[in-house]
Design a protein around this ligand. Structure first.
Ligand SMILES: Cc1cc2nc3c(=O)[nH]c(=O)nc-3n(C[C@H](O)[C@H](O)[C@H](O)COP(=O)(O)OP(=O)(O)OC[C@H]3O[C@@H](n4cnc5c(N)ncnc54)[C@H](O)[C@@H]3O)c2cc1C
Length: 484
């Protein structure tokens, strides 16, 4: 049995960051990743001759950790072009600019893009927020309760549900306010208004765009991390499925197998071949929630036996690469989020969002007449159906206001993310807090990843850095004791 200084299980962005932190601290990590490439939900592929992000494509700038990491790796950070739009199914269907705000909470109720979306009564109700004082909603745990209490039902359904729901693929009633918008409730109590709190948060954020990406595509970030981990003496082992972890004296043992192909490519690889066991004093579990809980269940002291993750949405993304110079002007800027109220609408759009990727990140195909559209389907709790390129094209034509035809498609990809992005519900966060306390009694073991730290790179990367640094500290590493 081999003993190594540190092990990271899972080569998504969380695992890569944890391994990178260990490597920089001279604790040569072994990273075990089930798939043939690292990056997890951050990945890309060439479609119709153009390299495109097919999973995450940007990161929120609210944490400076991601931009600092890019700088450290020599990657150029780029801001998006074009403004974002919202498609409303009301009044026969119309597109309007997304108002300045935080997850759909406007920063100014006189903004014409807000008044275009609300009825006079809805606007009057929203204005009550400005004078109702700090108390109402101060103890709301979920985003929907907070917004409805302060600004009324219309702001919730017409703004916050499509925008926050689009970003998190979950209904606002399932999103813990303090996780999806850290500091918002405190700002509301301070400002005595949710609208003023949203304005204060936006004013405190770095100037310019709310998100950024990496020149050449976000998928280049995991590649750069893998290269740097190897340069620093770490080992990145792909096609290795971890099947068990256990306490081994003062250390941790990790059992892994060669990865075999699952029947459905959307499912994780399956273990084949003989087990290999390796031990370490510093172990980071950086898997998606379900896989992580499967491993953690085998440690009785963590008591996670009865823990069912909240169900995520069944997402499908149809990426279309089009020969369409008529889209050069970017009729809807960087893209649109779609309100969920399609029922009974005259013009019905099935997708939940469209990203005009080649306008948002113009360096990809600028000036070639080629355009990349990412059309996303699937809302929490609603069956996705079986989206096709033809269906995506029909939605794109309506949303962009430009008639597009199938013979303009140069290439396409359909990517499914079943039961994806478990919502950060208040109950889930309470379980995470409990597990965090129990982990403090497990020297040498830490957990990271979006299910644990919060969705998105801005939450995952600083968390992964911090847990790896925590394990590197002498008091938390059992084999430091042994070697003394
Ligand atoms: C369609 C989509 C779009 C998104 N867009 C954005 C965006 O624009 N910006 C943003 O910030 N976030 C976005 N997100 C969310 C973001 O991608 C995730 O929060 C983040 O990438 C999660 O990283 P992770 O390391 O926690 O998990 P994952 O990326 O899920 O990585 C987990 C890794 O563990 C591996 N693994 C699983 N089981 C085993 C095992 N037994 N043994 C070994 N390895 C195993 C998996 O193969 C995987 O590589 C998006 C998500 C989706 C689905």
């Amino acid at each position: 049995m081999t003993h190594v200084e540190s092990i990271v299980i899972g080569g998504g962005i969380g695992g890569l960051q944890a391994a990178h932190t260990f490597a920089k601290l001279g604790l040569a990590p072994l990273l075990l990743e089930a798939r043939g490439t690292c990056g997890g939900l951050v990945f890309g592929a060439p479609i119709g001759g153009v390299w495109v992000d097919l999973g995450a494509e940007s990161f929120a700038k609210r944490s400076r950790a991601v931009a600092s990491l890019c700088a450290e790796l020599g990657l150029e950070v780029v801001d998006p072009s074009g403004v974002s739009w919202l498609w409303s199914h009301r009044d026969g269907g119309f597109a309007t600019r997304i108002p300045h705000g935080v997850l759909g909470i406007p920063t100014d109720l006189d903004d014409p893009f807000v008044t275009a979306l609300l009825s006079p009564d809805g606007l009057a109700r929203a204005r009550e927020d400005l004078t109702m004082g700090a108390e109402p909603g101060a103890d709301a745990a979920d985003l929907a309760t907070l917004v409805e209490c302060r600004l009324g039902a219309e702001v919730l359904t017409r703004l916050v549900d499509p925008i926050a729901g689009g970003v998190h693929s979950a209904h606002p009633s399932t999103l813990a306010v303090d996780v999806v918008s850290p500091g918002l409730r405190e700002a509301m109590v301070r400002e005595g208004s949710l609208v003023r709190a949203a304005a204060a948060l936006r004013a405190a954020a770095p100037a310019g765009a709310v998100v950024s990406s990496v020149s050449g595509g976000l998928f280049t970030l995991p590649r750069a991390l893998v290269a740097r981990i190897r340069e620093l003496g770490g080992e990145v082992a792909n096609r290795r499925v971890v099947t068990a972890i256990a306490r081994a004296g003062g250390a941790w043992s990790v059992t892994h197998h060669e990865a075999g192909r699952a029947a459905d490519p959307a499912d994780p690889p399956v273990p084949v071949g003989d087990p290999v066991t390796v031990t370490t004093g510093r172990l980071v579990v950086a898997l998606d929630g379900r896989a992580a809980l499967d491993l953690l269940r085998t440690i009785p002291e963590l008591a996670v036996d009865d823990w069912e993750l909240p169900r995520g949405a069944d997402l499908t993304q149809v990426c279309l690469v089009m020969n369409a110079p008529e889209l050069d002007a970017g009729p809807r800027g960087s893209g649109l989020l779609v309100t969920p109220d399609a029922e009974g609408a005259a013009t019905r759009v099935a997708c939940k969002a469209l990203t005009h990727y080649s306008i948002k990140w113009p360096a990809t195909v600028a000036g070639t007449g080629t355009h990349v559209l990412r059309v996303s389907f699937g809302r929490a709790g609603i069956p996705t159906g079986d989206p096709t390129p033809a269906g995506a094209l029909a939605d794109a034509s309506i949303l962009l206001g430009v008639e597009l035809s199938a013979d303009q498609i140069a290439g396409h990809a359909i990517v499914r993310f079943p039961n994806s992005l478990p919502p950060q519900t208040p109950a889930h966060r309470a379980r995470i807090a409990l597990l965090t306390r129990r982990l403090t009694e497990m020297p040498g073991l830490a957990v990271t990843g979006a299910w644990f730290a919060g969705t998105g790179l801005a939450a995952v990367i600083p968390h992964a850095q911090s847990v790896a640094r925590g394990l590197a500290a002498p008091a938390s590493a059992p084999d430091q004791e042994r070697s003394r």
